[in-house]
Design a binder for this molecule. Structure first.
Ligand code: SF4
Length: 368
């Protein structure tokens, strides 16, 4: 796919006005000093766009800086072990993003001679990159005219143009893409793209949009009709299920705890975690096969973690292990000590639990 021409007619004129207002606003009020805006390249923009999915700028910045220091280009990322990538991602959540970045880097190295592709179709086909992210990379890094429609932009457009309907529904989505296309200018595409993303992130926020400071307030339908909190129409979400699991915290005398690499698919895929079981009985049976492990299993305070579609409730079961090296499978298991963690990626709630386990002077504190 090549860069497209703007849509004709009234929509194009309204779009052009919106784009100009945003570009002017961005000159004085937009964000200009973000790390990925320096030495802009498709690689740097790509990494930032993936990190920014479902995560706020302030959270992303330190992760981005560390990631760029260790993986300054595609070759460095493709050549690194996945464990190291997940380690640098630990705490950022949505780990499929890190696995996809790594897979995509390998794909770029092997199928594109190590050069980030410049063709829209090739960019959009990279693991973890869809239409909007591909458009953002090419617009921001190369100034090519492609519309984008991430969550922030969807919200701005739905409010400004008064778009009704579930934004995830096919026809509403198609309308929003058309509007995004109509608003994307032929010139200053990078500036406009940054501006519309900034507006959604800083003023046209989900709750309490700052309409009085918004450069679009005069033409915004949601503002004129007082429907800022009704648009975009919220998605109907089914009730969140709760899933309960047990995790074994087998601890050696030196404080190290046995971790297991999780399968690639599923939650926390590829990360190192406490071995998980559906029941305490299954954990107890596993314990009998662990060299030097001694029952009983002591249940500790629950760990609760909210995923996008469900809540996970973990009951950690503490057991002691006298064998310093005993592990069922050395390729899939590792002894982990918080004071010498090594380059392993751990889910943030498990990392916090292990820190608490290491620092609790008495076991009673862990039951609270
Ligand atoms: S006027 Fe308010 S609702 Fe409309 S685009 Fe601006 S911030 Fe969003």
């Amino acid at each position: 796919m090549t860069a497209r021409s703007p849509a004709p007619g009234r929509a194009a004129r309204a779009g052009a006005r919106l784009a100009q207002a945003l570009i002017d606003w961005h000159g004085t009020c937009g964000r200009h000093d973000l790390p990925w805006q320096r030495q802009r390249s498709p690689y740097r923009v790509w990494v930032s766009e993936i990190m920014l999915q479902q995560t706020q700028v302030s959270t992303v910045i330190p992760y981005y800086e560390r990631f760029m220091q260790r993986f300054p280009d595609v070759a460095a990322l493709a050549g690194a072990p996945l464990d190291e990538v997940l380690h640098l991602w630990s705490g950022l959540g949505y780990y499929a993003r890190a696995r996809n970045l790594h897979r995509a880097a390998i794909q770029i190295r092997d199928a594109h001679a190590g050069r980030f592709p410049s063709d829209f179709v090739a960019v959009a086909a990279l693991p973890g990159v869809g239409r909007s992210t591909a458009g953002a990379i090419l617009a921001l890094a190369c100034g090519e005219r492609f519309p984008i429609l991430d969550g922030n932009v969807r919200r701005v457009l739905a409010r400004h143009f008064g778009v009704e309907g579930d934004p995830a529904a096919r026809d509403t989505l198609a309308r929003l893409w058309d509007l995004s296309d109509a608003c994307t200018p032929s010139e200053q595409v990078a500036l406009y793209t940054q501006a519309v993303m900034d507006l959604g992130a800083t003023l046209c926020t989900r709750r309490n949009p700052a309409c009085e400071r918004c450069p679009l307030s005069r033409s915004c339908i949601a503002r004129r009709t007082g429907r800022q909190h009704e648009l975009p129409v919220p998605r109907r979400r089914p009730e969140r299920p709760r899933r309960s699991v047990f995790m074994l915290a087998a601890q050696r005398a030196d404080g190290a705890v046995l971790l297991e690499r999780r399968p690639e698919r599923g939650i926390w895929g590829g990360l190192w975690c406490l071995p998980e079981f559906a029941s305490a009985a299954a954990a107890a049976a596993y314990l009998t096969r662990l060299p030097g492990a001694t029952p009983p299993l002591s249940p500790l305070a629950h760990i609760e973690h909210a995923f996008t579609h469900f809540d996970l409730v973990i009951t950690p079961l503490l057991a002691h292990c006298s064998d310093p090296d005993g592990a069922p499978d050395p390729a899939q298991h590792a002894w982990y000590h918080v004071s010498a963690p090594g380059a392993l990626g751990l889910p943030a709630p498990i990392q916090r639990f292990l820190q608490r386990l290491a620092s609790a002077p008495t076991q009673t504190q862990l039951f609270e």
